[in-house]
Design a protein around this ligand. Structure first.
Ligand SMILES: [Zn+2]
Length: 135
């Protein structure tokens, strides 16, 4: 069957030039919405780039399901980094990821503070006192 009207480039062909494949993630280089998700015009709608990629590679996403980024990279469109989950599950994972990020931040903070000064050094005894006062 031949399509009527002016010939149009297949949206799928327009899609891939916007994707930069790294060893890990396939990064969407096209437009993005306010929440940081890639946005792509499929010829009819503006769709989420990662959803479009998943549907190209795997097939339709069951209604009501969200695509969760296993790599937590919202710009990633690599189909095997995406997993359909219920909205609830996605929220739960989002919270877990935020918690993880918070803990990581703390760990980095603790590391940058360095080890407490050695006790034998006279100068560091003062630092030690300051350290103890501040805690
Ligand atoms: Zn990824």
């Amino acid at each position: 069957m031949k399509k009527r009207g002016r010939p149009r480039v297949d949206p799928a062909e327009r899609f891939w030039p916007n994707v930069e494949k790294t060893d890990e993630c396939w990064i969407w280089k096209g437009g993005a919405n306010k929440r940081g998700y890639g946005s792509f015009f499929d010829g009819v709608w503006n769709v989420r780039a990662h959803r479009y990629s998943y549907e190209l590679a795997i097939g339709p996403i069951p209604p009501g399901l969200h695509l969760d980024h296993l790599c937590r990279n919202t710009r990633c469109v690599r189909p095997d980094h995406l997993e359909p989950v219920t909205g609830e599950e996605n929220h739960r994972r989002g919270r877990a990821a935020r918690e993880e990020a918070r803990l990581k931040k703390w760990a980095e903070f603790a590391e940058s503070a360095g080890p407490p000064p050695a006790r034998t050094d006279r100068n560091s005894r003062r630092e030690n006192a300051a350290f103890n006062e501040s805690t």
